[in-house]
Design a protein around this ligand. Structure first.
Ligand SMILES: NC(=O)c1ccc[n+]([C@@H]2O[C@H](COP(=O)([O-])OP(=O)(O)OC[C@H]3O[C@@H](n4cnc5c(N)ncnc54)[C@H](OP(=O)(O)O)[C@@H]3O)[C@@H](O)[C@H]2O)c1
Length: 274
């Protein structure tokens, strides 16, 4: 099943296909993420879309199945970078340009992950579905390396191999949050190295968490119908969610740009690396 978290249409299509084909959902782990927009120029904050809004929407659309399979869990892979995040709600979905804005937007999206889990835990209290934010640690993955110019890779790759965790090591905290027995009382909390950790004040601000929830609903184009009657998933969503966003590009067709953005990004990166 294909899933492009940058495209809300793709998230909806994936959820529909999943709900029709899979009777059980015991664990939902949101691991996918990006650290840069590459050379794509979307009329919205692509980092927030892939790292938070897409996973937010997917969680909402699959919630009914998680509730049918209790005890079930949602794990959102965040990062220690959330400690540098600060959400500016006035500019939350503004396009991100340049590496400095990208670093900031990455940290903000990871703070959004922690706040999302916090609010989700509140909303799910008593349902048997629990949720956790997980930091994998510094992992030797493609997250940052894929944006390094080709000539620098031979220098950086051995260094990364020496000092960073293997992807298997990086997966341990997420797996712990999904599988460890008895974690239910810690629903809504942030974990690193398979331990619960305190987060800074910005990441335990309940008002900000609630506000983010409401803004995320709008950015995801989540209607009451989808929230309350998940069976409606089989019908196409009436509104194109990006239309409600302030920075929609009037020259691009609504969702085709997003459906293809990953392949475009990969092609562009290959070109720039060669
Ligand atoms: N690496 C670190 O040091 C580190 C530290 C802290 C937190 N994290 C977090 O760990 C998570 C995993 O990152 P990673 O290090 O494993 O990075 P990675 O090697 O770059 O993997 C990212 C994954 O996300 C998927 N992905 C990217 N864009 C997507 C989209 N639009 N729709 C669906 N899937 C998409 C990629 O799929 P394709 O391969 O198909 O493109 C890939 O499987 C991320 O949430 C990241 O923020 C990583």
């Amino acid at each position: 099943m294909a899933l492009d978290l940058a495209s809300l249409a793709s998230v909806r299509a994936f959820a529909t296909a999943f709900l029709h084909s899979e009777p059980r959902l015991d664990f939902l782990i949101h691991n996918a993420g990006i650290s840069s927009c590459g050379r794509t120029r979307e009329p919205f904050n692509l980092l927030l879309r892939v790292n938070h809004v897409g996973p937010f929407l997917l969680t909402q659309l699959l919630l009914s199945r998680l509730k049918m399979c209790t005890p079930s869990r949602v794990v959102v892979v965040s990062s220690a970078a959330h400690r540098r995040g600060r959400l500016d709600f006035a500019r939350l979905n503004h396009p991100v340009v340049g590496w400095q804005q990208e670093l900031r937007a990455y940290a903000d999206s990871k703070l959004a992950n922690v706040l999302f889990v916090r609010e989700l835990a509140t909303q799910l209290e008593g349902t048997g579905v629990t949720c956790y934010a997980a930091h994998p640690g510094p992992v030797n993955s493609e997250l940052f390396l894929r944006h390094v110019p080709g000539w620098l890779r031979p220098l950086l790759c051995p260094l990364a191999w020496l000092v960073l965790r293997t992807p298997r090591g990086g997966a341990q905290t997420s797996l712990y949050c999904a599988l460890q027995e008895g974690l239910e009382p810690l629903s809504g909390r942030y974990f690193a190295n398979c331990h619960v950790e305190e987060v800074p004040p910005a990441a335990r601000d309940d008002r900000a968490a609630h506000r983010l929830w409401e803004v995320s609903k709008r950015l995801a184009g989540l209607g009451q119908e989808e929230e309350e009657a998940p069976s409606s998933l089989s019908r196409p969503h009436p509104e194109d969610p990006t239309v409600t966003e302030p920075h929609t590009n009037p020259h691009s067709s609504p969702d085709s740009s997003k459906l293809t953005h990953r392949s475009r990004m990969k092609t562009e990166l290959k070109t720039s690396a060669s």
